[in-house]
Design a protein. Structure first.
Length: 288
């Protein structure tokens, strides 16, 4: 057990309750994939940096969803873990979200929440990237830049913390509103978990991110904003969508429309198509 250092997590399952952390750890112990695990409560408590009483409480609360049966022999516990699809159906989540191998020490109480949200942001922007590429044809596909690369490189100059594109190029990202809607959290919660000051205050690794900014070819608007001494303005289009227009003081006074955030890739996302397919079919069956 002491050799356990990385764990495969499913972001939308991890971000549900405290028992989810224990379930992910126990799945990592089940190297044979039988679903049966036998462990010492004290050992697991030490591994997860919680008290044995906390482990016992989680074991009781998770019965029926995260594991199907429980037997205690002295300080040892035998469990039969529920499968990924069974847990997803019991919780009613919308898919599994991001799947990745992460260090065990990231699964602290607040760290697991921050991790699940950051991975969800990476997962959604990856989906947006491939959707944007699919919508283009031929050489036009080259106009879509990879958001992971753009967030971690200096090839997109702009104001601090921004990646500026123009002339029809685009960098698909992940909006806070989209993440919040998908995972069933408030936008304020998502913003907080992705805020680096909040993360550093809780000893959580900050994330590398940038804001996409699309340069506008509108000299008249740029002139009016400079003459009025306005650094930014908020407008709405005919569909009622809000957009923020900002003047970048980079020596050229570019006028840009602020877009989504983009995030660098901290962990390799796994496809796991077979697992996703089983979950999707079972969730669809519940809806019929």
């Amino acid at each position: 057990m002491s050799e356990l250092s990385t764990i495969r997590i499913y972001s939308r399952l991890l971000d549900t309750c405290e028992q989810a952390r224990l379930w992910h750890v126990l799945r990592a112990l089940d190297t044979e994939g039988t679903g049966r695990v036998y462990f010492g409560v004290g050992d697991i408590a030490t591994l997860m940096s919680v008290s044995p009483q906390t482990i016992y409480r989680w074991l009781k609360q998770g019965l029926g969803i995260w594991w199907r049966s429980r037997r205690r022999i002295d300080d040892q516990v035998e469990l039969y873990l529920s499968g990924v699809a069974a847990v997803a159906c019991a919780l009613g989540v919308d898919g599994l979200g991001a799947i990745a191998e992460v260090p065990l020490d990231t699964l602290t109480r607040m760290g697991s929440k921050a991790l699940a949200t950051a991975l969800e942001a990476e997962y959604r922007q990856r989906q947006a990237y491939w959707a944007a590429k699919k919508a283009k044809k031929g050489q036009a596909k080259k106009s879509v830049f990879d958001p992971h690369d753009a967030a971690s490189s200096d090839n997109f100059p702009g104001a601090k913390g921004m990646a500026v594109v123009n002339n029809g190029f685009q960098i698909p990202g992940a909006s806070v509103a989209g993440i919040a809607k998908t995972v069933g959290r408030s936008q304020s919660t998502i913003k907080r978990r992705l805020n680096n000051r909040w993360r550093i205050d809780r000893n959580i690794e900050p994330i590398q991110k940038k804001r996409v900014a699309i340069e506008l070819d509108d000299p008249g608007l740029a002139f009016r904003l400079r003459e009025a001494g306005i650094g930014f303005m908020v407008t709405q289009n005919a569909l009622g969508c809000t957009r923020v227009i900002k003047v970048l003081n980079d020596g050229l006074s570019k006028v840009v429309v602020l877009g989504c955030n983009i995030y660098s890739q901290d962990y390799e996302l796994m496809s796991c198509r077979g697992t996703r397919g089983r979950v999707r079919r079972q969730l669809k069956g519940l809806g019929n």
